[in-house]
Design a protein around this ligand. Sequence first.
Ligand SMILES: [Zn+2]
Length: 209
Amino acid sequence: MKFVDIHTHRSFAAENEIFVRNLSINEAETVLPKKLGGFYSVGIHPWDVGNVDETDFQKLEKLCHNEQVRLIGECGFDKNIDIPFETQLSVFEKHVAISENLKKPMIIHCVGYYNEVASLRKQVNPIQQWIIHGFRGKPQLAEQLLRAGFLLSFGEKYNQESVKVCPLEHLFVETDESKKAISEIYAEIAQLKECLINEIRAGFDLLSC
Ligand SMILES: [Zn+2]
């Protein structure tokens, strides 16, 4: 069977993996024209929003039109960085507009600012799915976000109880920066969910693969 890795920074996939490789704008400009196959996400990471301008947004939008790009991001919010929330918000909103216009879901980095992102989602009421990647929060937070309509992606480190409360159809698996094989994380999650590995299907459905 194949495994969908919904968010990774790796540059190649094993034979049994389908991955969404995350690219910055600069990386995307080099990688996408090579048509290497596979799926990509392109976005401006919250750590990088300090010095972006209109040209970057234009580049971003153009790159996101590429058919290899299936998710918009990673983008989002981080409370541990020295960039004002308002700046982070304005860059995030650009991604939201691209996601809705191009009908491609969002892959979101969120550290702290969960209430803010949840109320923003309520306000925007998007058609596209919003996936919080690398979710490590507690089950109460997981439930709050799931109720608010988010999907959750779990990587190498996660709270086991949060995996348990997340319905399979809202649950994704990722490697992000980890060296662990995606198949291992699938196996752990299947055990926690008391299901078969091939019942973890949300990634396949989202990517229609
Ligand atoms: Zn990442």
